[in-house]
Ligand binder design. Sequence first.
Ligand code: MG
Length: 159
Amino acid sequence: MNLRIGTGFDLHRLEEGRPCILGGVELPHPKGPVGHSDGDALLHAISDALLGAAGLDDIGTLFPDTDDEHAGADSAALLAEVVARVRAAGFRIVNVDAVVATEGPRIAPHRGAIRARIAGILELDTGAVNVKGKSLEGLGALAGGTAVAVQAVALLRGA
Ligand code: MG
């Protein structure tokens, strides 16, 4: 059985007045991620986990933030491109899991919507995509809703 695991991490600062896009879903929150793209840290971490498992370049290399073509990019479209590359490399996605560490937007009330949206992009059952929020206990530089940090893992099966 040719199984491959990959990990991805991403971090974006949250700023007043930006749409709060996470996992391809706009959450009701006054602050949103700052980034060259739409700043969707969850989709970026998942993209890197998938690419890492497949042994491909990371998203910073594939979609450089110096490239105007990706300014304001929809990260769901970037993830769809990643999925196409992973499949072209001969892999099928088994499952994806992620932890969203933030004291910004509440994740729990939107878990179902986020999982369904990501599952749609990955063309998986919702049961193969998991996401959970984690508070930071008011500690460290990320406390107080200043940022969203995401750790993701992905499992692939080779042909
Ligand atoms: Mg990012």
